[in-house]
Design a protein around this ligand. Structure first.
Ligand code: ATP
Ligand code: MG
Length: 178
């Protein structure tokens, strides 16, 4: 299975994000039902390892915390802008949960994540976009922000890659508790 750990977003946040989509030729907007905040990409793992990872994630103790989204950004690779996202504030609560997840997964045998955690919600794939238009869009929306919402759980998702869009299925939910 192809797995990743992420935060689900409440409907009011998804609605705000969906209101940003549109008006950029050549981009592929993420479907609102697919919006999420990835805490750790796991990738393809055999079933027995998936079970171990689930046990490790279930043993994590962390408190609920507020999550706010603020501003837009892009990721680039090889000089091309690959994706457009909304930035999540890197608060202590979010950083703490992410680091607990990273530690738990490494202890279960996953190789360390090399990239620094950059919390975000992907809005669109932008390989086909005109750069000036994209820059203008980011400018126009740079004051975008959401009211804080409490994060009460995190989720292990499986991902099935498709031609149009990936299908994410929540496999296990892990509650945070004060
Ligand atoms: P597609 O790859 O078809 O565009 P997707 O990226 O939405 O679909 P996945 O590739 O299964 O679906 O990724 C699931 C989640 O993990 C997404 O949030 C994606 O950005 C993130 N992700 C995927 N690969 C990595 C990686 N190598 N490092 C960090 N995060 C990743
Ligand atoms: Mg991908």
């Amino acid at each position: 299975m192809r797995l990743f750990v992420a935060l689900e977003l409440p409907p009011e946040v998804k609605d705000r994000l969906a209101s940003l989509a549109g008006g950029l030729p050549g981009v592929r907007w993420v479907r609102p039902e697919n919006y999420h905040l990835t805490l750790r990409f796991i990738g393809e793992v055999p079933g027995h390892l998936a079970e171990e990872l689930d046990l490790a994630l279930a043993a994590i103790r962390a408190k609920p915390f507020p999550l706010s989204l603020s501003g837009l950004g892009t990721f680039e690779k090889g000089g091309r802008v690959q994706s457009l996202h909304v930035v999540a504030e890197r608060t202590p609560g979010l950083a703490h949960l992410q680091s607990k997840i990273e530690t738990a997964l490494q202890r279960s045998g996953l190789p360390a994540e090399r990239k620094r955690f950059a919390p975000h919600v992907t809005l669109a794939r932008t390989e086909g976009a005109a750069l000036p238009k994209l820059a203008g869009f980011i400018q126009a929306h740079n004051l975008f922000r959401t009211e804080p919402v409490m994060v009460e759980r995190f989720v292990l998702y499986s991902s099935q890659l498709g031609k149009e869009a990936a299908v994410y299925t929540p496999e296990v939910e892990y509650d945070l508790a004060a």
